[in-house]
Design a protein around this ligand. Sequence first.
Ligand code: ANZ
Ligand code: ZN
Length: 821
Amino acid sequence: MYPFSKIEKKWAKRWKESGVYEPNLKTAKKPFYNLMMFPYPSAEGLHVGNAYAFTGSDVYGRFKRLQGYDVFEPIGLDGFGIHSENYAIKKGVHPVKQAKVSEKNFYRQLQMMGNGFAWNEHLETYDPEYYKWTQWLFVQMWRSGLAYRKKQSVNWCPSCKTVLADEQVISGKCERCGTEVEKRELEQWFFKITKYADKLLKDLDKIDWSEKVKIAQRNWIGKSSGALIAFKVRGKPQSIEVFTTRPDTIFGATYIVLAPEHEIVSGLKGSAENIKEIDKYISLSINKSEEERIAEKKEKTGVELKGIRAINPANGQEIPIYIADYVIVSYGTGAIMAVPAHDERDFEFAKKFRLPIKEVVSPVKDETSEKMKEAYTGAGYLVNSGKFSGQKSEETKDDIISHVGGKKVTTYKLRDWLISRQRYWGPPIPMIYCGTCALAKKGENKEMPGWYAVPEADLPVKLPMVQDFRPTGTGHSPLSAVKSFYETKCPACGSRAVRETDVSDTFLDSAWYYLRYPSVNAKNSFAESAPAPRGKKIELPWNLGVTKKWLPVDMYIGGAEHAVLHLLYTRFVAMALKDWGLMSFNEPFKTFRAHGLLLKEGAKMSKSKGNVVNPDEYVAKYGADTIRTYLMFLAPLTQGGDWYDSGIMGIVRFLGRVWDIGGKKQAKQKNISRWMHARIKKITEDISSLHYNTAIAELMIALNRFEEEGVGEKDWQAFLVMLSPFAPFIAEELWEKSGGRYSIHRASWPKFNPLSAVPEKIELVIQINGKMRGKLEVNSGITENEAKRLAMELEAVKKQTTGKTIRKVVYISGKILNIVV
Ligand code: ANZ
Ligand code: ZN
């Protein structure tokens, strides 16, 4: 093996000293902001999955730099929050102390991987200089009416002992620790992300993001257009309002279903004949999680309100009323008109409870089915629908809504962002509650008397050092036991007041970090137009000139698992900042690509399986260049890859051969060869589309040829430049040897002439046992396998090889293929 460890040390030092990766943030001519999701230290060190993602992003940044862009590739740590705190608890170390250890270790590893980071602009979310602005952001949300406090049934993780936002509950479990989430009735802080539901949805069409992430966001926002329709209750003053997306099916509504928690139930059940049965059903179902209740496989359950009937407003028919837990109280109105003929859930329920299934939409005009075997959920022609029969279902929706006196509405699945956490390791929510003002009904927001934001000038509200930092489980943060922290004065009347003791969600820290990087070392700007205090000039967390130059982010790479978490929150915050006049764009990331998952021999890496690859160990053994190239060679970046220890040797040999050729003297050469133009074209296209694996394969083909035929200096230097995004250290070393000017990472990407890049044709001689049996005209870049495949198709070869075993195939690149039988 070549002396990688000496080379890697040497160049890492030189790069840092000469600032090759530090663009001039004020004067850069062609800015390109290349960002990767910053890591959260929730473990001993960098996971090889992080190394994979970061290398993938770094290759792109290096490619752009070589193409003449001023690339800015910053890095930091998302070190505040539950993930880091949970790790500290597990280790039995105070999070303040653990943060220092993690920071050192993560930064060492990130440097070791050879990424072209602009280290001068690093940031850590637990730095008071940073979280001062996270708190500032909270204050602006409050002043603009986007932050509010409300008592509500919320998600509670009994293990993390805190509430969670809906986005942080994955299949009913805590996103951080996997514990089953419970419901608790608590007063909490929320951000009104729902105000932006429509914009968040519409603007998806304007951004170049991985399609699967866009789809996930669309589904999460869950816009649906439907109607509210009232069903009278027979002989009672009440009526039941349902939400439906299919008003066209109303003639087929054969019963009503209420969610067990629906408020009308308490008023109605008194007149039912089976109160006991109803109460029993309700108490059983309200303890189930939503996830469990709407699971498709689950058998439908429910109970009828016996003796009570609703009236279908379309045809005056009396229909029964049920309570069933497949209807969710928080969606729509918490009540539905059930149309078993055209809705799968209703169909199943009707079968079980022997309720009438009445067909009202038929795929064929004027035809009805004998007996329905399953719900027909498509569009078609109305049947059994009074004067509407015969019309197209899609076209009658509006007419039917007005016929029954309904109202058109749009609903969203998206809920407001629950932002408070009953934990220690986060930015204290910068709010103060004054009891005196509350009694006098005074405050900054009429609906929440007594509440005041901490004035901007008093930020940050520093997180105090608290020995007993562990979550309490009482619904209050550990800060609620720290008198010296929470006792304060009312900013309005000066009376004794208390601070909010919850901290904010980690995802608020990461919702704006990309804005801060370019301004870490610049002077902040002032702006007139923040939400308030009106008319005052307020300081911003960033410099407007620098922000304008560098943002929005040009390329963002990260995990798809953040689709409806970080990637949604960030867009919301950007839209709010834009509306406040503090930013000139709505969308933070022009292009986003989700990288795939890195597996270990087909399996997901996990501590419990003991199959986690530690990048340190491998870099020490093979060097960062080899590990980087190996990772990128696995598959296209967006697909992920499968790590096999045995696969590394292929790259070890490849770079070893590169090293050997680099040690030889290159022949004089004036221009890049025609053959090389074709390689350059392919590699340029492959890297642009994140198909790094095939770009590397192309470099391997080139190396084969160099070994067989020698290489001129121009071709060799072009090769090194194209290798440098993957293997930056060895490329720099060999570049220097070849007489290149420091640094290769500021050199120019080789240009290809599209005409020259047309593959050259060559003549390949096909031999059997050393005897010529034919000739093939092929592209000069042909691989051995491809040549073999074509040769086997030749009649002469077929004749000579049928019935015989092929012992070996000798391929002399671009010249001879000899088959030994
Ligand atoms: C009658 C109907 C007939 C419906 C039909 C569907 C098909 P999306 O598209 O997800 O918005 N629904 C309404 N509120 C509900 C709740 N709280 N819990 C469970 N289901 C609820 O779904 C809207 C449809 O889901 C609504 O339209 C309603 O059923 C049901 F052939 O009304 B539909
Ligand atoms: Zn948890």
